[in-house]
Design a protein around this ligand. Structure first.
Ligand SMILES: Cc1cc2nc3c(=O)[nH]c(=O)nc-3n(C[C@H](O)[C@H](O)[C@H](O)COP(=O)(O)OP(=O)(O)OC[C@H]3O[C@@H](n4cnc5c(N)ncnc54)[C@H](O)[C@@H]3O)c2cc1C
Length: 229
């Protein structure tokens, strides 16, 4: 609402999510299960996160009804009882302009969210920190003009811009993949040498590093993906 009122812009892409807290204890409490493919989502993925005797089970979709996919997902967890429902929209494309006279947008309001995972806590905090630095200077010089606040956008983009733009491109590509192509990717990334590489260079907040390294080590993967599309 703040964005709509002050900036009149909408984020370029919003993922609809549906998540439940379920009474279900996942055997492995140290891993998140991820479900890919047209049975579980369209344009995103489904997940199950362990939380002791509970599990957080949900999915995201693009331009579809998220609840329509939920029955299949929950059937993967026999006996799970739904205790609470949450969810909502996750904007995965940041706005062109995140500042104006006397106003800055941070986090979800600005669409500063990781496009591949929909994670917005880290990126929201990075943007909030850039906003605080900019505002400190602007208030010291008593200048809250758009020109002065444009520093904010430069600051958060320096830290996240390349990563979010690259991840957005990968996300768009991912959306176009068929189940066959996803299976091919899964087979490739399950190879022990690729798993080792992912474990050694992977960083949940900067996935481009691992994607680029995996593709550089396995250039044939790109062709396999394209062929399986
Ligand atoms: C199902 C689901 C699962 C997710 N899982 C993860 C995850 O595992 N990891 C991760 O990093 N991210 C996850 N996210 C994304 C993450 O929750 C958001 O990106 C993050 O919470 C955004 O933080 P924010 O402070 O920008 O916005 P919000 O958390 O939406 O906070 C904005 C606050 O502003 C308040 N507000 C709005 N308008 C006004 C107003 N006019 N005046 C005063 N207050 C107002 C709202 O009530 C709200 O409390 C998930 C999102 C969903 C929907």
């Amino acid at each position: 609402m703040v964005r709509k009122e002050l900036f009149g812009e909408v984020p370029g892409r919003v993922i609809s999510t549906y998540q439940v807290d379920a009474s279900y204890r996942m055997e492995d409490q140290d891993s998140v299960d991820v479900f890919l493919g047209s049975g579980f989502s369209s344009g995103f993925f489904a997940w199950a996160t362990p939380a002791g005797h509970l599990s957080r089970i949900g999915l995201g979709v693009y331009h579809r009804n998220a609840t329509a996919y939920f029955n299949r997902l929950i059937s993967m967890f026999p006996g799970a009882r739904v205790l609470g429902i949450n969810g909502g929209g996750i904007p995965i494309r940041y706005l062109k302009r995140t500042y104006r006279d006397s106003a800055l947008l941070v986090g979800d309001a600005a669409g500063i969210v990781k496009p591949l995972s929909g994670g917005g806590i880290y990126t929201g905090l990075v943007s909030a920190s850039a906003a605080a630095e900019t505002l400190e200077k602007a208030l010291e010089s008593d200048d809250l003009s758009a020109r002065s606040l444009s520093r904010y956008q430069r600051a958060w983009k320096r830290r996240l811009g390349m990563e979010l733009s690259f991840d957005y491109l990968v996300q768009r590509f991912f959306t176009m993949l068929s189940d066959r192509a996803l299976d091919a990717i899964y087979r490739e990334v399950s190879k022990p040498e690729v798993v080792n590489l992912i474990n050694s260079v992977g960083d949940i907040d900067y996935p481009s590093r691992v994607v680029l390294r995996v593709l550089m080590k396995n250039p044939s993967m790109v062709f396999n993906f394209l062929r399986g599309k």
